[in-house]
Design a protein around this ligand. Structure first.
Ligand code: SAH
Length: 250
């Protein structure tokens, strides 16, 4: 899969994408990456990409010219046109299902803003606009890295042959189950006996219950979209009723 970024700080991507799973994915040809410098598509001596907002107000906005020219130019290169993603706090909140969907694309161009954001007209270039969450970053580069990281680890072979992203949080609409490693006793804290039993079916059942329980306690908003058995629904309802009881008492 090919990811491209368009930003005024193309140098920030390499340190992250050169190491660990991202670095290995690049070495193995699973991830092909290129960072474009938006200033390449400016025509003045100062390589200006921003200007003051009409109507006044603080800060500067990214001008439409360089962004339009860059996206047109980049899109015309290569065999296929990229899927174009813009970043903005006004976009659709990013989630695992969006990562899943993007992982089936051949080529994705991530357009990163800076300053006070972008001239509204540029969003016409976007196939979709994504927000990382309800907070404001100084630029879209971190958002681009988050998207690349979360998508690449879904690509076949990226996590290594014996690892899989299948059981992870959100993959089935639930948070991941609790996990433990050696030592079995640490500072007076043990681990659930069933995990030491070697009984694979019992371990699987415990993990499923743990995932359902954690989701009900920490992210009840996710339960709506999760596929639960009738028994699991009753179990989560019980947990929620208990939670309400505790609130009433407190
Ligand atoms: N003035 C804008 C914020 C601009 S921040 C507003 O109030 O909405 C500058 C750039 O950082 C944005 O253009 C966007 O590309 C990026 N950015 C900031 N917060 C982001 C978020 N939550 N998700 C995705 N991108 C974000």
């Amino acid at each position: 899969m090919r990811f491209e970024t368009l930003s005024v700080f193309p140098q920030v991507f390499a340190p992250y994408l050169d190491v660990s799973i991202m670095g290995r994915a690049r070495e193995r040809g699973i991830l092909d990456f290129e960072a474009y410098d938006l200033r390449q598509w400016t025509h003045d001596r100062h390589n200006t990409v921003d200007d003051a907002p009409f109507g006044g107000g603080q800060g500067m906005l990214m001008k439409p010219g360089p962004l339009f020219e860059a996206v047109d130019d980049i899109s015309s290169r290569g065999r296929s046109r990229p899927h174009v993603v813009f970043f903005s706090p006004c976009g659709v909140p990013y989630r695992q299902d969006i990562a899943e969907r993007l992982s089936h694309r051949e080529r994705v161009l991530l357009v990163c803003g800076r300053y006070e954001g972008m001239d509204e007209r540029v969003f016409g270039l976007a196939d979709e606009t994504i927000s990382l969450g309800d907070y404001v970053l100084t630029g879209g580069e971190l958002a681009a890295l988050v998207v690349i990281d979360s998508v690449v680890r879904l690509l076949p072979g990226a996590l290594g042959d014996d690892m899989s992203a299948r059981d992870e949080s959100f993959s089935d609409g639930l948070l991941e189950y609790a996990q433990y490693t050696r030592p079995a006793q640490y500072r007076g804290m043990g681990v659930p006996d069933v995990l030491l039993s070697g009984d694979h079916a019992a371990v699987a059942a415990w993990r499923r219950k743990s995932a359902v329980e954690r989701t009900a306690l920490w992210r009840p908003d996710l339960l709506e979209g999760a596929s639960l058995t009738e028994g699991e629904r009753r179990f989560t309802q019980g947990l929620r009723d208990m939670g309400k009881g505790a609130d009433d008492d407190g």
